[in-house]
Design a protein around this ligand. Structure first.
Ligand SMILES: Cc1cc2nc3c(=O)[nH]c(=O)nc-3n(C[C@H](O)[C@H](O)[C@H](O)COP(=O)(O)OP(=O)(O)OC[C@H]3O[C@@H](n4cnc5c(N)ncnc54)[C@H](O)[C@@H]3O)c2cc1C
Length: 487
C-alpha cells in the first residue's frame, strides 16, 4: 500500500511538492478551499478579457526550467515563453520614463544617458549581482533552513559583508541619479521588505531583472499552473477543490494522522500544508502550535495590495506590458507600509497591460489592465477607500500617459486585504508572505517540519526560501526532499 499524503492548498509550492512526492511513490491528495487551483495565481476571465489575479512577472526562467526538467519536460513542452522588450518601463512623470530593454547592452546605454559614467558602475554592480545569483542558486536557496551552518560555505564566507550591508546603501553609494537609484531598488521589493532592510546579498535579484530578463507565457501566468497541474496529474496526484481543511488531527502520541474536510476525517500518513503558515497552525489544537501569536505579530510581512482588474474598451497608448509608476516619493510610501502602517497619501503603483504583447488577453481593439498599489497588511479595507484609490490612480494614469481612460472602462473589479483573508486565509491579508530581511532569512524562517507534531510539514512563501513564484517551486522541492529523507 502506498503511503498517503494529505496536502493543504494548491499554490505553486504545493503543486511542486505534490509532483516530487507522487513521483517518489506516495499517494498524494491535494485539498484546495477555492474552486480553482494555483493559489494566489488565480485567473479572472470576464467579457473576453483575461486577468492574472496574482503574479504577473515571470522572472528566473532557469528555476522553472529546472523544475520541469526534474519531470522529463522543458518549458517549451508546456507553454510558449517570450522575453519582453522592453521588460518594463518606469514612469517618473509626464513624458518622463525609462524603459528597461532586453539586453544588458541596451540597459547600459540607458543608464549612461541618464547619468554619465553610470554604465561602468552598473557593469561592476551586475558582476557582483551575477556572482551572488550563482551562489544563491547553487549553494543557498536549495537548502532546507535546518541549521545556520547551511549558509557557511567557502564561497559564502567570502561574501559575509553582503549580509552586513543593505541594498539601499549600496545603490546610493554607487549611483547619483534618483531615477537609477529607484530602478535598482525595485527588484528587491519582490522580497517583501524595504531595500534598506534587505541584505546586499539579495542584489542577485538585480541579476534576475537585468541579466535574466522579464518573460511572459502566452495566454498568461495561469499557464504555469496548468502546466504544473498536468505534470502532477500525470504522476497520479488527486486534486480536491472546494475542499477547505477545517482541522489537522493529531494522535495522542503527537503525530499528524489526517485532516478534517467538510466535517469528514480523511486519514493520512503525512500532512503537508502549503497554505499560509499561521492559518495552518490555527487548524491545530493550541498545544500543537510551534509559534505564538506574539511571534507572528513581530514578523515583517510582505505588503498586502489593493488591486483593480479593469476591462478597457480601447487600446491604451504609451504603456508597455509592465509599467511602474514611480512619480511620487518612494521612501514616503515605503514608510506607510512598514514604519507607521496607514494608507499612503500618494502611492506608487504598478500597471499591467498584458494585451499589449499578448492579444489573447483581451478582445481585439481593447485592453486588459491590472493595477496594483502595495499597502501595509492589516489596515482598514472599505468600499470607500477602494473607490478613493481607484479615482486617484486612474487620474494619475490618465495624466501621466496623456489620454482619457475612465470613460472607456467596461468593468472593474477590486481585490484587497479582506479578500486576501477570505480567499486565502492569509495572515493580516498579506499578499506574498514573509519578507526576506536578514533576521528572516534561511534558518531564521518558520520551519518546513513542525517542531511540535510528527509527520506534519509546511511549504510556501512563509517558509524557505521566501516570497515569489520561483521560490515557491524551490520550497516545494525542499519539503519533498525532507519528507523523502524522513527528516
Ligand atoms: C497580487 C500579487 C502579485 C504577485 N506578483 C508576483 C510576481 O509578479 N512574480 C512572482 O514571482 N510572484 C508574485 N507574487 C507572489 C507569488 O504569487 C506567491 O509568492 C506564490 O504564488 C505563493 O505560493 P504558495 O505556494 O506559497 O501559496 P499560495 O499561492 O498562497 O497558495 C496557498 C493555497 O492554500 C489554500 N488554502 C488556504 N487555507 C486553506 C485551507 N484551510 N484548506 C484548503 N486550502 C487552503 C489557498 O486557497 C491557496 O490556494 C504575487 C502575489 C500576489 C498576491
Amino acid at each position: 500500500m502506498k503511503r498517503k499524503i494529505a496536502l493543504i492548498g494548491s499554490g505553486f509550492s504545493s503543486l511542486a511538492a505534490s509532483s516530487y512526492l507522487a513521483k517518489a511513490g506516495f499517494d498524494v491528495h491535494v485539498f484546495e478551499k477555492n474552486k480553482s487551483l494555483g493559489g494566489r495565481a488565480r485567473q479572472l476571465k470576464k467579457e473576453g478579457f483575461t486577468f492574472d489575479m496574482g503574479p504577473s512577472w515571470y522572472w528566473m526562467p532557469d528555476v522553472f526550467e529546472s523544475f520541469y526538467n526534474d519531470f522529463g519536460k522543458t518549458t517549451a513542452d508546456l507553454y510558449q515563453l517570450e522575453r519582453l522588450d522592453p521588460g518594463y518601463q518606469v514612469v517618473f512623470g509626464e513624458n518622463d520614463a525609462i524603459a528597461i530593454g532586453d539586453s544588458l547592452e541596451k540597459i547600459y546605454a540607458v543608464f549612461e544617458q541618464e547619468e554619465a559614467g553610470s554604465s561602468a558602475k552598473l557593469k561592476r554592480f551586475m558582476a557582483s549581482a551575477k556572482e551572488n545569483y550563482d551562489i544563491a542558486i547553487k549553494d543557498l536557496v536549495y537548502r532546507p533552513g535546518l541549521s545556520p551552518l547551511e549558509l557557511v560555505t567557502p564561497t559564502t564566507v567570502r561574501k559575509i559583508n553582503y549580509f552586513l550591508s543593505n541594498i539601499k546603501k549600496d545603490v546610493y553609494n554607487q549611483f547619483e541619479s534618483a531615477k537609477l537609484r529607484q530602478i535598482l531598488q525595485f527588484p528587491v521589493l519582490f522580497l517583501g521588505a524595504k531595500p534598506s532592510n534587505t541584505p546586499s546579498f539579495y542584489n542577485f535579484m538585480n541579476w534576475a531583472d537585468f541579466g535574466l530578463g522579464t518573460w511572459h507565457p502566452k495566454n498568461g501566468m495561469y499557464r504555469i499552473v496548468e502546466g504544473m497541474v498536468s505534470i502532477a496529474a500525470s504522476l497520479g496526484v488527486t486534486f480536491h477543490t472546494e475542499a477547505a481543511v477545517e482541522k489537522i488531527a493529531v494522535s495522542s502520541s503527537g503525530k499528524a494522522e489526517g485532516i478534517v474536510v467538510n466535517g469528514k476525517m480523511i486519514p493520512a500518513d503525512i500532512v503537508l500544508s502549503g497554505a499560509d503558515y499561521h492559518h495552518t497552525e490555527q487548524l491545530l489544537a493550541p498545544q500543537h502550535r510551534a509559534y505564538s501569536e506574539a511571534y507572528w505579530d513581530k514578523k515583517v510581512f510582505a505588503p498586502s495590495s489593493l488591486l483593480f482588474y479593469i476591462g478597457l474598451n480601447k487600446k491604451v497608448e504609451r504603456v508597455f506590458h509592465h509599467n511602474l509608476f514611480f512619480d511620487v516619493d518612494f521612501d514616503t510610501h515605503a514608510a506607510a507600509i512598514y514604519d507607521h502602517p496607514q494608507w499612503p497619501e500618494q502611492p506608487l503603483f504598478y500597471a499591467n497591460f498584458p494585451s499589449v504583447t499578448d492579444p489573447s488577453m483581451a478582445p481585439e481593439g481593447k485592453e486588459a489592465c491590472f493595477l496594483l498599489i502595495p499597502i501595509a497588511p492589516d489596515i482598514a479595507d472599505t468600499p470607500e477607500l477602494r473607490a478613493h484609490y481607484y479615482e486617484l490612480v486612474m487620474n494619475r494614469l490618465e495624466s501621466l500617459t496623456g489620454q482619457e481612460l475612465k470613460p472607456h472602462v467596461a468593468f472593474k473589479e477590486s481585490f484587497c486585504v479582506n479578500d486576501f483573508i477570505k480567499d486565502y486565509n492569509s495572515y493580516k491579508g498579506n499578499a506574498y508572505g514573509l519578507a526576506n530581511t536578514l533576521l528572516q532569512t534561511a534558518f531564521l524562517r518558520p520551519k518546513l517540519k513542525s517542531k511540535k507534531v510528527n509527520a506534519l510539514y509546511f511549504t510556501g512563501q512563509l517558509t524557505v526560501p521566501g516570497p515569489g513564484v520561483p521560490p515557491a517551486l524551490i520550497s516545494g522541492k525542499l519539503v519533498a526532499d525532507l519528507i523523502l529523507k524522513g527528516v
